[in-house]
Write a protein that binds this ligand. Structure first.
Ligand code: HEC
Length: 137
């Protein structure tokens, strides 16, 4: 127990020590980049609210295992996202139904293969993912 507790502490100390010298320079560089990018980001947020929402879904999909079975424009194990977008209108009801299927799994709409359930995905997150998918027409 004691060793287990100590190991990360020692590791952290080593990492911190080894980064200490060189990283100051790169930190300053990064700061400059962020500052120069900020105005660009701001100008995109207000007019592109829908796009921002879509990219949130894209980011969520990126974090999950979706891409092992889905690609944007081709069938893999499951249908391509563009096919899904063509099949369903982006209505609130469809988003709700499809989000439910992402969470509890689904089968019989595209073939014999079933989609695995994703009980760890919240309803809100699933809706963001579906919104992104249905935006890919
Ligand atoms: C194990 C493979 C697999 C994984 C992982 C997977 N899917 Fe699927 N997905 C499928 C299959 C197969 C279908 C077709 C199911 C059917 O015929 O009803 C499908 C269907 C869908 C559909 C359409 C459902 C319908 O009723 O038309 C959506 C939307 C979808 N997946 C989103 C996702 C998202 C988002 C994720 C990640 C959280 C994900 N999938 C992960 C295999 C997978």
């Amino acid at each position: 127990m004691r060793m287990r507790f100590l190991a990360p502490v020692v590791l952290c100390a080593v990492v911190l020590a080894s980064c200490g010298g060189g990283s100051n320079e790169s930190k300053t560089e990064k700061k400059e980049e962020t500052v120069s990018e900020t105005p660009v980001d701001n100008s995109m947020v207000t007019p592109g609210a829908a796009e921002a929402a879509a990219s949130k879904g894209a980011a969520l999909i990126e974090q999950k295992d979706c891409k092992t079975c889905h690609k944007v424009d081709a069938k893999l194990v499951g249908p391509g996202y563009k096919e899904v977008a063509q099949k369903y209108e982006a209505t609130e009801a469809n988003i709700e139904t499809l989000a439910g299927k992402v969470i509890s799994g689904g089968s019989g709409n595209w073939g014999e293969v079933a989609m695995t359930p994703h009980p760890d995905v919240s309803k809100d997150d699933a809706k963001e993912m579906v919104k992104y998918i249905l935006s890919l027409k």
